[in-house]
Design a protein. Sequence first.
Length: 640
Amino acid sequence: MDTTELFTRPGVSRNRAILIAVWFFLYASFTLLTPPLLDDADSVHAEVAREMLVRHDWTTLYANGIRYLEKAPLHYWLMAISFKIFGPHTAAARLPLALAVLALALALESFARRAFQTTRAGLYAALILLTSFGIFIFSRINIPDILVCVWLTLALYAYWLSERQPRPSHLLSWVFAAACALNVLTKGLIGIVFPVLIVLLHLACTRRNLRTILQRIRQLHPVSSAIIFFAIAAPWHILIALANPTQGHPGHLAFMHGHWTVPLPTDGNVHGWLWFYFVNEQVLRYLNLRVPRDYDTVPLALFWGLMLIWLMPWSAFIFKALSRVPLRKALRPRVSVRTLTEAESTRLLLGIWAAVPMIFFSFSTRQEYYVLPSLPPLALLIAGWLTDEADEAESFAVPNLLVRSGQRISIVLLVLGAIASLAAGFFALHGQPIGPNIDLASLLKQNPGDYALSFGHFLDLDTRAMGAFERPLILTAIVLFGGALTNWLLRRNYKPHAANLWLTAAAIGFLVAAHMGLQTFAPVLSSYHLAEAIAPQLHPDDLIVIHGEYEAGSTLGFYLQRNDIHILNGRSSNLWYGSFFPDAPHIFEDNSSIALEWAGVRRVFLWQDLSDPLPNLPGETYLIAQSGGKEILSNHPSPY
């Protein structure tokens, strides 16, 4: 192994230069600008950050003028800072997550380089992270889970470094505590539950008995670390609890229509932030009892299976990498810290780290992106296996077990790549060409049962609609087959390092194709073009109304910079709880009230999904714009 380069400036600098170049191409160039923000979480979260600046309130979150109390603030703070510097634009909304991906890649590079004693491992780990499909696609949406990965990685990196010391330094313990606190400010209680549980399980597996475990915990400076943790995490929680106090009592749970629920407030009183944030949004959500019941959960088998998709193409090596985690050895009755080598202890920590989020969410409601905290340790484990394979291929004349395993995996990748390439090529050739005036949404079949997935709308695609994706499909076919074929040829000739670099290039090409596909599909997922169409004729006193839930057309709020959008028959989802506070604006319309507005002198712009019929409206109705299966109607004709 190239241990001579471990801490030398040329080796580390070369790694970082390569990683920054890959990161810039995939995360900080054209991908920041396109596609526009999507409806639902993407634009809602950006709008929350924008309203922070408008209201000059960095404690209580607001969306569309209504208290938005279900989320921790750090992600919104970062976006608000970005908006303050660059303005409330698409790229500024995506910049914090893009920088988080870079920070995560650099942290993994350092972790792997030190853990496996080679700069090559550091390069592999970071490249696996940067080119994994899951990290790329979920950094396209403004959700905080990438930040969760960053803080969890920093916390466990600090703990791993402390395990290399007989008496851990104060600094490493404080870094662990600070990273946990920042994670709590990012995602709530899992920010402390995950790292502490992982550390305790690792200590239990590497110490002989309870006495030695407690002795090690005392060496981790728990008192001063707790002070650091609460100094960072507590102030916002105290301030927001004071700003949103409990009014009335928490009520009681009732079983209605097969689900547990909480009766709606009827007297203007609502439960305060403490109950809603900690009990409803975290405990009850985990138990699938959260109200309102406006969410779904990904099936368990799909949740686990998607881990292979999010890590592709590197998931081909995941089982070999996991097989090196010394779980059986760690569970022996007489195990001690001296029983495991440093390398075994490291792999055990990474295995526990990968398992905890997956097992934790297996017993709760879950979305497919809840897998993300398990991806960094899997990237590290795979990087370690790939490094050993490459080193042994270069060191021995006779092929050994690792090299032969890599060759067999390359055959599997070639078969899968050929099948996927043929499928992509088939759809590219058989998709019907789409004319310039054809709306992609008109070619889609509706599968509402799949919309629990973040990208469930992509399952609406069939061969009729695939004609719109000809270019990304052709690119996908080329890179999947070309990458898999080159990987097999190079591994067959005992050059796994070169094969890994070619796999990296193929993965980059696939991510570019995925981005092209997302751009093509964006009009179906976003109302940006509708906002762009009405912006020139919109006056401050005009009324904008979304038919259905606010999230369905939430890009209107962000791109039109309006926090007073009215909602027709959609008092639910993220705005439901905040709408019961006494200071909530009166923005919720019903069939009677919208009829009065429609017949009035004020101009109304009404957003609707074409699949959801409108109630009867009095007078004339004028079509202003249509895009992606959605349209804007008005009670007055366009002046242009």
